[in-house]
Design a protein around this ligand. Structure first.
Ligand code: SAH
Length: 346
């Protein structure tokens, strides 16, 4: 059978070394062999776990923020609730359960799932049976009328990222090339330039992530609504360097190891996301840390009310100030007609 490595090698033989974004796009998204296309990567038996899989409280708090935004924006009788990369559908199920008593909210919702993986689509169909979701291959086919309420947890980190490296010869681009029959990392003449930095400095840029953010923000600016994006990342004025990482069975590995069987992600640059969304005409809140966001929404009260040691332990993991609570950040991109909860300065 054709392997994903042979696809990448053939591509390099035909077109020359490929940038890290092109490599990520094939390794994760190749229509037959891509990492996300061929499996459910989540949970103990997979490669990584995510906040909704750790605790039901995560989706519940997102639900509160989303339903509150709907109310504050005027309780529109039709709104499109969109999730990007919904995984097993757990976040959406928890969100819907937590909001079922908000008068008229569920009646107003049309549910859309943007998902490329057939394996995960099947899981989502099971989890969300009864809610009649509609699936999309990309954001292009989302409805162009009525407000959008978009949720994306650990979605933007999976989109292709490219890397510029400062060398004595100026900016170069990190690429995957071939030495004999072996894939290797190398540097290639760059088609771009950035202001000079110290030798060895790395700048990451993600044209596909930027384009998708811009497209969603333009839609929100004209149709109304909000996007809530949660991811690991940074919100700094300076570039933070190389954050591209590969993970296989819950252990970090090299980006050229386990190709097609390892998750590849990079940290999301929230400062860049804010710039792109603001340019598209949106009002942006945050980013703030996941800890501040979830605490502002009352996660601790909810956890105590449930009186379940497993729920309490899950909440602590989401809020951990040396772990997920601090590393993960939340941004709200809105049409500007209301302010969302969760972004007050604590
Ligand atoms: N949000 C889920 C899953 C995160 S994993 C959770 O928090 O548990 C990333 C998800 O994004 C998976 O569902 C994956 O199949 C999907 N995905 C990755 N790249 C995508 C793309 N380009 N378009 C649509 N979905 C994508």
């Amino acid at each position: 059978m054709e392997s994903i490595e042979s696809v990448i090698k053939a591509h390099i033989k035909a077109h020359g070394p490929m940038d890290m974004g092109a490599f990520m796009a094939i390794a994760l998204g190749h229509p037959k062999l891509g990492y996300y296309i061929t499996r459910d990567p989540l949970g103990a038996g997979g490669d990584f776990t995510t906040a909704p899989e750790i605790s039901q409280l995560f989706g519940e708090m997102i639900g509160l923020c989303i339903a509150d935004a709907w109310l504050r924006a005027g309780a529109c009788p039709l709104v499109h609730l969109v999730e990007l990369g919904p995984g097993r559908g757990t976040l959406m199920a928890d969100l819907l359960r937590a909001t079922r008593r908000v008068p008229a909210f569920h009646e107003s919702l049309a549910i859309h799932l943007v998902e490329t993986s057939p394996v995960l689509r099947a899981r989502q169909a099971d989890t969300l049976a009864g809610f009649k979701p509609r699936w999309h291959d990309s954001i292009d086919t989302l409805p162009i009328e009525a407000p959008l309420l978009v949720v994306a947890n650990e979605f933007f980190d999976a989109l292709p990222v490219r890397q510029a490296v400062m060398t004595t010869k100026g900016w170069m681009e990190r690429v995957v090339g071939l030495e004999g029959d072996t894939l290797t990392l190398g540097l290639h003449k760059a088609a771009f330039t950035f202001p000079a930095l110290k030798e060895g400095a790395v700048i990451e840029f993600a044209p596909i992530r930027d384009a998708m953010t811009a497209q969603l923000a333009q839609r929100i600016a004209t149709q109304g609504g909000m996007m809530l994006a949660i991811d690991y990342g940074h919100d700094a004025p300076q570039p933070v360097g190389d954050t591209l990482q590969a993970m296989h069975k819950h252990i970090f590995c090299g980006v050229l190891e386990h190709i097609g069987d390892a998750d590849l992600t990079s940290h999301v640059d929230f400062a860049q996301m804010r710039r792109v969304a603001a340019e598209a005409g949106c009002t942006v809140y945050g980013s703030t840390t996941q800890k501040n966001f979830l605490e502002a929404l009352g996660i601790r009260l909810r956890a105590e009310k449930l009186r379940d040691p497993h729920v309490l332990a899950g909440a602590e993991r989401l809020l951990d100030h040396v772990g997920m609570g601090q590393l993960f950040r939340v941004i709200a991109i809105t049409s500007g007609s209301f302010s969302p909860v969760g972004f007050e300065i604590p």
